[in-house]
Ligand binder design. Structure first.
Ligand code: ATP
Ligand code: MG
Length: 566
């Protein structure tokens, strides 16, 4: 982890400050340019935090631009989810734009390049074009159509646009140099024919611009000062500059940074889509998915994701970040904001024999020791309780300080109790634990200074609400799920035990009401998050409906009480 202090600038900040100082620009304009062909993932969050964060820091602005130049894979469902996720992270764009808004302008500029003798219509098949491109060590071969006249090119290009030709029969290429050492300059394709309905332009177009021709020009149209993208685009930068130069338009510049890679995770949208389509997960927002909506459903906070992105900094070389760093940022934030509640996930009944049958006491509990403003709440206590099955052992080992026959423990916020006997079913499973309590220890302390080594949580059996709780583990069992030998797929690295459902959990009663009150965060419906004492952080799931209670475990506690208190 690269902890940056305030004064140390990352390389992008240095570039920006230099440009502001020498007057190259007065303010900065960045953009986040997702292709609406999938949901955003944590890697996109990195790019969002970077683009919006830099603009915020230097008083500039950020555009959201949908890079929608491939009609086949794009959809408005994705457009909506992307806006939702950026908003939820807490960022607001200056303008929302679509590369498809620029199709007319891009077409006109293509005609300008044709007229300058810098573009031509090629009738070779895509296969021929690929074969004639040469290799890094060998020059390519000129297309037999390379020297068409400007008039012929203009005519053919117009007819491509008019829909006269079949998909794949012709392309428009820039006329640069088939022997150029940078392969990107060997007459790159600018337009291809695709008779497909576009999510915004419908059937108006049947030719679509390629990334390299569309991206820089779109940046330029918007007046983007810093076009920030991931490292693999560095070889495209000279071409990005070439188009802008030849057209003599606003000089946007491209800068590259290392993409975020996380261990135990796949991040390619194609693979995430496959997981969804083939049913390996319940959807894009499955709490095990590395998508922003998946993290949201899992109980992550926008603050945690932003703090994570900030912590990992901006690198110029590819690396893999540990998932535990993300969880670290998450725990740090949840510890501050998540109200504490008591919940028993694997219940066993406790009866306090010397407690009055019908008595109910309301005991005070702290909502969050990290935040006094959260105040106190009342938790009902009565003769019958539930505790965790593994907080009791009939024949405990030496250092077991929780409940066992003859042993006294503290019930959190309540009383000291001592186990007297147990009831068992025919198979020998404990079905009920009988205890006695000491009325003088109300609130959890003994007036005679008597100490107990263990403190356990509980819920009142008569007041508890039933819930399903879902426990998640890593979606992939391998550190680099993408690293597979030939003939194998990343799917083989899926962790078969990544989801465990507990159906018989008992929760503190106030949670029933809290589940009914939603949580709108940055304008987006989000789960309510809690710390279940000693167990971890949990949140309400979308499946909470009509009184059904479903919680997701967001993450475990770093230091569980179980370890501290025995
Ligand atoms: P994928 O390969 O998963 O489909 P992509 O790069 O094609 O991702 P885009 O929608 O084109 O997805 O990405 C939008 C922006 O997010 C781009 O500027 C891209 O560089 C950035 N981005 C995508 N993945 C990452 C990542 N893992 N780390 C940082 N930035 C990323
Ligand atoms: Mg892309």
């Amino acid at each position: 982890m690269e902890e940056r202090n305030e004064k140390q600038l990352n390389f992008l900040e240095e570039i920006i400050e230099e440009g502001l100082k020498d007057g190259r620009y007065k303010t900065i304009l960045t953009r986040f340019p997702p292709e609406p062909n999938g949901y955003l993932h944590i890697g996109h969050a990195k790019s969002i935090c970077l683009n919006f964060g830099l603009a915020e820091k230097y008083g500039g602005k950020t555009n959201l631009r949908f890079d929608d130049t491939n009609p086949v894979k794009e959809d408005t469902e994705y457009v909506d989810s992307i806006q939702n996720d950026i908003r939820w992270l807490g960022f607001q764009w200056a303008g929302v734009h679509y590369a498809s808004d620029y199709f007319d302008q891009l077409y006109e500029w293509a005609c300008v390049l044709i007229k300058k003798g810098l573009a031509y219509v090629d009738d070779q098949s895509l296969e021929e074009i690929r074969q004639n491109r040469g290799t890094v060590t060998e020059p390519g071969k000129d297309s037999p159509y390379r020297n068409r006249s400007v008039e012929e090119n203009l005519d053919l290009f117009e007819r491509m646009k008019a829909g006269e030709f079949a998909d794949g029969s012709r392309v428009l290429r820039a006329k640069i140099d088939m022997a150029h050492p940078n392969m990107q300059f060997r007459d790159p394709i600018m337009y291809r024919i695709l008779h497909a309905t576009h999510h915004r332009t419908g059937d108006k177009w049947c030719i679509y611009p390629m990334y390299d021709y569309a991206h820089g020009q779109s940046d330029s149209i918007e007046g983007i000062t810093h076009s920030i993208c991931t490292l693999e685009f560095d070889i495209h930068r000279p071409l990005y500059d070439w188009f802008i130069e030849q057209l003599g338009i606003f000089p946007s510049h491209q800068y590259e940074f290392a993409r975020l890679n996380l261990d135990y995770t796949v991040m390619s949208k194609r693979k995430l889509l496959q997981l969804v389509k083939e049913g390996y997960v319940s959807g894009w927002d499955d709490p095990r998915m590395p998508t922003i909506c998946g993290f949201r459903r899992r109980g992550y906070t926008p603050e945690a994701i932003r703090s994570f992105c900030d912590r990992i900094g901006v690198a110029k070389r590819d690396n893999v970040i540990s998932y535990s760093l993300l969880e670290f940022a998450l725990r740090e934030h949840l510890n501050k904001v998540a109200p504490r509640r008591m919940a028993v996930l694997n219940p066993v009944r406790v009866v306090i024999d010397n407690y009055p049958d019908d008595k109910v006491e309301m005991l005070s509990a702290v909502n969050n020791p990290e935040n006094e403003a959260d105040g106190m709440r009342e938790v009902p206590f009565c003769k019958e309780l539930y505790i965790e099955r593994d907080d009791f052992m009939e024949n405990p080992p030496k250092k077991y300080f929780r409940l066992s026959p003859g042993n006294e423990v503290r019930l959190r916020y309540a009383y000291f109790v001592t186990c007297q006997s147990v009831e068992k079913d025919s198979e020998g499973n404990v079905t009920c634990i009988h205890c006695t309590y000491d009325p003088a220890t109300r609130g959890g302390d003994s007036p005679d200074g008597r100490k107990v080594k263990g403190t356990i949580h509980w819920v009142s059996a008569r007041h508890a609400v039933d819930a399903e709780v879902r426990l998640f583990d890593r979606l992939f069992a391998a550190e680099s799920p993408d690293d597979v030998e030939e003939g194998h797929t990343f799917l083989e690295n899926l962790n078969p035990d990544s989801l465990k459902v507990l159906e018989n959990c008992k929760l503190e009663p106030c949670l029933a009401e809290e589940v009914r009150t939603g949580n709108i965060e940055n304008g987006v419906e989000s789960p309510r998050r809690f710390q279940f004492e000693r167990l971890g952080y949990f949140c309400t799931d979308n499946d909470c409906k009509d009184g059904r209670m479903v919680f997701n475990r967001t993450c475990t506690l770093k230091d569980s009480w179980a370890k501290v208190n025995g």
